[in-house]
Design a protein around this ligand. Structure first.
Ligand code: SAM
Length: 478
């Protein structure tokens, strides 16, 4: 193929497969057809820039040792560096209140440094957020360990930006003025540089999670944070990587993944720990008692979750959505839209503050006061699903979808709950319906789901999860 012929539309199926295969093998990245135009444009530009005769010649060049720089260049171009400081506030709250204090106390007891791996750190916002949190938590403890955060990424551009540690715009959107004043030094170009007190805690390294050995000894790490990195990894690639995380983590250490990522059906070597609106995976060794956690131990589910067995009659009933609850006619539960709005506001507030039982109760009351208020069912469903009451969540979310079939966020949540309850065929259907509905859903409703992804990425995720659920429904191994 000539250079001029390498246009987005000009990659043949075989060429696209060769390119995608190369990237899967080099970085674990799986590119489906939705990303074909973007990938073809990138590689077309690189072929032109290097003067390679065609895609085959380009791939041959970057596969050879002498092509390492160009290979890195391509990887830099195809990776997605989307990130920001204090991304996913519920996880940040869980780290501040639960994980970091627990891990720091343990590190002190063992007389060693607290070691954190920010794996797939992008341009550095994540490891520096962790450094700031760790320093703040350390200041509240009677005795604190030395903190060492190792930040790694595949992209050399991202690593260079992490080393620069200067930020502006979107990166700082969740940084309030107090944090900005404490942890950043304003620069003459309008950017903000992370101050040495946080910066010095972070070691930065170029590292490929798929092809390189972890930069740690067995059991050396207390916390692995690998968020929004493996979302496009094939299951086997993810399984291998999670195995390496397990090896480098010490007993009682935690793995934190992105909110759309899960180890369900990937491994049962970790224990899923619910932490408010967030969750983490803990490495437990049966022979090694995990030190007592303060404050009281979190709700624990062992992953993978138990398959819920139902009778055929129950299954048949559940495949039909229930009609929304009829308004109660007693004096204290007359439909009242204003009252419902207030209840829903309180329910959302409770959800945000991790008061799940209250959120579910308030949302259910809002639904009684205004039975056609879709969001009341969505909030109730989210609250119930967060504490592991997926069956309760199913009831609420089915009502939401019944009332608003185009509510992509409700369909997405319903698909997740169905999948966790072992209803794989239904989950596959819902994920596909969510893929169609999400682009038409009010972006404000998607804020929590997106968490830095764009809608196209979420749609791609839905399709992938739908395929996985189909395979499970057909009884294939995960
Ligand atoms: C979307 S960013 C996530 C950044 C950060 N973890 C967060 O959640 O905000 C994904 C990062 O993963 C990195 N990445 C993708 N594949 C990787 C691999 N095989 N090894 C290391 N890093 C990888 C990309 O370069 C990119 O910087």
């Amino acid at each position: 193929m000539s250079v001029a012929a390498v246009r987005p539309h000009a990659l043949t199926d075989a060429e696209y497969a060769a390119l995608a295969g190369f990237l899967a093998q080099q970085a674990g990245l799986v590119f489906d057809q939705t990303r074909r135009p973007a990938l073809a444009a990138i590689v077309g530009e690189r072929i032109a820039a290097t003067g390679a005769a065609d895609l085959g010649a380009y791939l041959a060049r970057i596969s050879a040792p002498a092509g390492a720089d160009e290979r890195q260049r391509l990887l830099d171009e195809v990776t997605i560096p989307e990130t920001h400081f204090f991304r996913n506030p519920p996880q940040m709250a869980a780290l501040r209140r639960r994980l970091l204090p627990e891990l720091m106390r343990r590190a002190v007891a063992r007389g060693r440094a607290l070691t954190v791996w920010s794996a797939g750190c992008s341009t550095g916002e994540e490891p520096y957020s962790l450094a700031m949190l760790a320093a703040e938590v350390a200041a509240t403890l009677p005795e604190a360990p030395r903190v060492r955060i190792v930040a790694t990424d595949l992209s050399s551009q991202a690593i260079a930006a992490t080393r620069r540690a200067r930020y502006q715009g979107r990166s700082l959107a969740l940084v309030d003025q107090g944090v900005l004043d404490r942890w950043f030094a304003p620069q003459s170009d309008g950017s903000h540089e992370v101050v040495p007190a946080a910066r010095d805690l972070v070691e930065v390294r170029l590292h490929n999670l798929v092809t390189d050995e972890p930069p740690f000894d067995r059991g050396e790490v207390d916390l692995v944070v690998c968020r929004n990195v493996t979302i496009y990894f094939a299951r086997e690639t993810l399984r291998d990587l999670v195995g390496r995380f397990h090896t480098v983590l010490g007993a009682g250490g935690y793995l934190v993944v992105g909110h759309a990522e899960t180890l369900w059906q990937v491994t049962d070597a970790f224990t899923l720990v619910t932490l408010g609106d967030a969750f983490a995976y803990r490495k437990d060794l049966p022979s090694v008692p995990v030190p007592v956690v303060e404050p009281p131990a979190p709700v624990v589910h062992t992953a993978p979750r138990r398959e819920v067995r139902r009778t055929p009659l129950q299954r048949a009933r559940e495949s039909w959505p229930e009609a929304p609850a009829k308004p109660h006619r007693s004096a204290d539960s007359v439909p009242d839209p204003d009252h419902a709005t207030e209840l829903l506001r309180l329910a959302r507030e409770a959800l945000e503050q991790a008061r799940y039982a209250e959120a579910a109760r308030l949302a259910a009351a809002a639904a009684v006061a205004s039975p056609f208020e879709v969001d009341a069912y969505v909030v109730e469903g989210r609250a119930r699903a967060t504490v592991g009451d997926d069956e309760g969540a199913l009831v609420a979310l089915r009502k939401a979808v019944y009332l608003a079939p185009k509510a992509g966020h409700a369909r997405f949540q319903l698909a997740g709950a169905l999948s966790r309850c072992g209803e794989h065929a239904g989950a596959a259907r819902e994920y596909r319906a969510a893929a169609v509905a999400l682009p038409q859903t009010d972006p404000a409703e998607l804020h929590d789901l997106l968490d830095g992804c764009d809608v196209a990425q979420l749609v791609a995720l839905c399709r992938r999860l739908a395929d996985e659920c189909d395979r499970r429904a057909a009884g294939e191994p995960a």
